[in-house]
Write a protein that binds this ligand. Structure first.
Ligand code: ZN
Length: 157
């Protein structure tokens, strides 16, 4: 009576919270999904290695922020940043998106932590204060980087 299956809790990494209810799919299926996602990410990075998002003629997805507001958005700056980092140009990457460059180690760490938890059937939610702090900082960054006097501008585009 009152038996409780704790397999999710036993499999979750330190700091991760078990998923409510049964984990979706088998561990093998979750690993395959992570491999597929990682492959897509690597394909995108490979594309950015050879295609310059600074070039207006480059084939890139339409940016809804730019299309609606005409402003530079952090995501597009992230594409330019990635391209410049892959080309070994850290100063150009800082001009593209200084905020993302500074936050990149934290964001990569959070993504790896989530992937590890997902692989084990759990989840690793971002602490609430960190999530709200990052969202507020990204919003502030979006405003500041579009001010006319802001000195860091992408080389083009
Ligand atoms: Zn954009």
């Amino acid at each position: 009576m009152g038996a409780h299956c704790g397999t999710d809790q036993a499999a979750a990494p330190a700091g991760a919270q078990p998923r409510r209810g049964p984990a979706r799919g088998t561990r093998r299926q979750r690993r395959a999904l992570l491999a597929a996602g990682g492959s897509c990410l690597l394909a995108g990075i490979g594309y950015l290695a050879v295609v310059d998002p600074h070039d207006p003629a480059a084939v890139m997805p339409l940016c809804p922020v730019r299309a609606v507001t005409g402003l530079d958005c952090p995501a597009c700056g992230g594409l330019r940043l990635t391209h410049d980092l892959l080309r070994g140009l850290p100063a150009a990457a800082a001009r593209d998106n200084l905020f993302l460059l500074v936050c990149a180690p934290l964001l990569v760490g959070l993504a790896l932590r989530q992937a590890r938890a997902f692989e084990r059937g759990g989840r690793a939610p971002v602490p609430r204060r960190l999530a709200y702090g990052l969202a507020a900082a990204a919003l502030l960054w979006t405003v500041v980087r579009n001010l006319p006097w802001w000195p860091l501008r992408p080389a083009s585009g």
